[in-house]
Design a protein around this ligand. Sequence first.
Ligand code: BG6
Length: 494
Amino acid sequence: MTQVIFTIFGASGDLAKRKLYPSLFRLYKSGVLSEHFAVIGTARRPWTKAYFEGVVLDAISDLTTSKTEAEKFASHFYYQSHDVQDAGHYVTLKNLQDDLCATYETGHNKVFFLAMAPEFFGTIASHLKSENIVDGLGFERLIIEKPFGTSLETAKALNQALSETFNEDQIFRIDHYLGKEMIQNIFAVRFANVLFEHVWNREFIDNIQITFAESIGVEDRGGYYDKSGALKDMVQNHILQVLSILAMDKPASFSSSDVLPEKIKVLENLCIPDETTIAKNFIRGQYQAGRINQQDFPAYIDEPSVDPASKTETFASGVFFIETDRFKDVPFFFRTGKRLTEKGTRINIVFKNNANIFKQDIQQNILTIYIQPTEGFSLLVNGKEVGKSFAVEPVKLDFRHDAAALGNSPEAYEKLMYDVLNGDATNFSHWQEVKASWTLIDKIVSTWQADKAPLYPYQAGSMGPVESFDLLEKYGTSWVWQPDHWYRERGLLQ
Ligand code: BG6
């Protein structure tokens, strides 16, 4: 049974309400948290404990029909109005923490969750130390949300500030993709199947395609997004993290001390392209107005809080290469963007063809991992078409989780919180990984900022600029997943 006090900075925010309180409640329902825990919520607003409990009850209202259970859970929540820059507030926070530690017998274990603007991360960490809130008693872990810096330089400064209070093994940098069921499943697919394990290398894999497509636009996040863009928002973190799991060597065991060094090795061995290669191998795009399935969507520059002259990319695509024995020269294609045809997060592993003894073209084997909205995998294999003549045809072996399994699939945040409570860092970004990914991303950003590569327009509802398709053609292949075809064939997307 876990004993712990959670302190959440940013307790009135959207993330806390949508993700953290429901996740804590699920952990409570499943018995991971029971009596010996308390949550301190802090934010600037002057809320009372009763009001805060109401917010928590509201956030978990869909998850239980038992009022008693919900209220018992919410009674563990305490609120402190807090200005993160004011040293005095940390003194009251320390007193509250000590009181709750005695009341709930939490064994001095503490988890701090920074769910607020990153510019305050350093200040908070330093006050936690100077006011003795981090006191060396019990376990002390820090969870931080992205973005971890906006460049290598800012990431380094942030890491330096945090490391004055916390060691690397106490810092849990969230990448919520690492909490997704099917991303974690990649480990099982790769290392629990002899069938895949021995062909997972450059000898048998032709290319890997990572698509993280979103159909939504920037919604109400224009202010943030316009300063970020798809490359920093999705590629620096989520895509490169997933790539590291796809490309890593087999770890000696499934523990963070063995998994992380293997992932780090991949990211540190990413080829850093020069400007000419970046211009050739990386595509940026911005969505224009479009109409799909009888619905009209505005151009990115007409979205709220977006600069009408913005050159921010809402789509990024390209190809990464890794200098490891396992994957040298194998292209890892990626694409991600807003206002694409469909929400679809999937990975296609395209295998090489073997020597062909049939007088017909043979389809390459493809393993597809579906991450969302459905979860599962499929394998394209070849078989004989039924009939007297001998023709080879592709057959798709398809597995998707059924609704019952999905219903039990824990939310990414619940899994990640569970890991933090167990001190398991496998599904978090290590500083070395963050550092390596920024090193590469910075290079692309600087080429793009110097206007050395065009910003291609694409129509809302399409799968991005045509140049992203041309890129794969240059490498003698094409995107396996082209959901826009379905709409075009029916005249729903012109
Ligand atoms: C976030 C990005 O990290 O991931 C968002 O900031 C994006 O722009 C989101 O929409 C996508 O996450 P998911 O889990 O919906 O695929």
